[in-house]
Ligand binder design. Structure first.
Ligand code: SF4
Length: 348
């Protein structure tokens, strides 16, 4: 189907449904694709796009950053670049580095391990969802194989199913869900079957503009047909059972634990921690997740669909990608960042 035809079909279906739809995209890469392709304006009056909690940097508590900052005076912290500017309660990792903190940016934890020597005191900031967890599991395996004794993992890995359940149960009502293609590549279609219980049209989607349109068509057709089975419009990558090898690595080294999500709070089973048998490679990252920095930043409301980024009083005035005041503006996949770069929203 041609793109124009697809757009016409989606709008036509929504007219048959007889009301505008609320559609949530869970993954930050989808948020960026929707805004980059201008779908928020193209479907204005037809679809209200809401961003969910699938950007790992955005949901990370400042207590985790504070702890890494503290540890950086003694250990070398290896982190993905996205985490550098996330504000802690007093400073970010980037500011800590400017003050002499030992912080290095990595592109792959597996590559980083290859270059480590036995006497180096290193902590890997393990942040991400099931997409990233296998890379940290493989790194841990390589650390064990190399006999490195001074390498630890600061585990803040998340799972997608429990926060999604919490969001749908307690925070928001939506007509459709664009499920995260990256995570689905690892955990598979079947892992999202729980969504069917919420009677919401849902579809695993790829990330190109055309993929998103196919997914929106699927959602509108499912609403018309009252069909709430999970659909897969990313078949070229996502399999029913997922990536068995990657899942095997997660299961070998990690187990479920409670995890904090900004906006959703503490979610039982929402995180992954290193299994007890490998605990010598884990560093204590306990922080008080009941306390949050007193700030005008409204990331928590953005991440649960209560407000749009431009409704935050700091948006664009004092909070920009150069000078972010909250995690949702730091990450390239954050909603505030996507709105800033691509939004032509009402009232701008
Ligand atoms: S615009 Fe900035 S301050 Fe406001 S919610 Fe987004 S990240 Fe937080």
């Amino acid at each position: 189907m041609q793109t124009a035809e697809l757009i016409w079909e989606i709008k036509n279906n929504i007219e048959k449904i007889g009301r505008s739809l609320k559609v949530i995209e869970v993954c930050g890469t989808h948020t960026v694709s929707i805004y980059k392709n201008g779908f928020h304006t193209l479907f204005e009056g037809y679809i209200d796009f809401i961003s969910g909690p699938g950007c790992p940097v955005c949901v990370t508590h400042e207590g985790y950053i504070d702890r890494l900052v503290e540890l950086s005076s003694e250990w070398t912290i290896y982190t993905f670049g996205d985490l550098l500017k996330v504000p802690g309660s007093s400073k970010s990792l980037s500011q800590a580095r400017a003050n002499g903190g030992k912080i290095k940016v990595m592109y792959s934890p597996v590559d980083a391990v290859e270059h480590l020597e036995n006497n180096e005191k290193v902590i890997f900031a393990a942040v991400g969802f099931e997409t990233t967890a296998p890379a940290f599991a493989l790194s841990l395996e390589k650390v064990i194989e190399k006999g490195l004794k001074n390498v630890k993992f600061a585990c803040e890995l998340k799972t997608i199913d429990e926060p999604l359940k919490s969001l749908l149960q307690n925070h928001i009502r939506v007509d459709g869900i664009i499920l995260p293609g990256h995570v689905a590549t690892v955990i598979g279609v079947d892992s999202f079957k729980f969504v069917e219980g919420f009677k919401v049209a849902s579809v695993i989607s790829g990330f190109e503009g055309y993929d998103i349109l196919l997914s929106l068509l699927s959602i509108t057709q499912d609403i018309l047909n009252e069909d709430f089975t999970v659909k897969n419009e990313y078949k070229r990558v996502v399999k029913k059972e997922g990536n068995v090898i990657a899942k095997g690595y997660i299961e070998k080294y990690f187990e479920r634990t409670s995890a904090f999500f900004r906006g959703l709070g503490l979610i039982p089973g929402g995180g992954l921690k290193i299994k007890d048998e490998f605990r010598e490679y884990s560093i204590d990252m306990s922080y008080d997740n009941t306390k949050q920095k007193d700030s005008l930043c409204r990331c928590a409301d953005v991440l649960t669909g209560k407000i749009k980024p431009f409704e935050c009083p700091l948006f664009e005035k004092v909070c920009t990608p150069i000078s972010p005041k909250g995690a949702c503006m730091v990450s390239q996949e954050g909603s505030c960042n996507a709105y800033f770069r691509y939004g032509k929203w009402k009232g701008r």
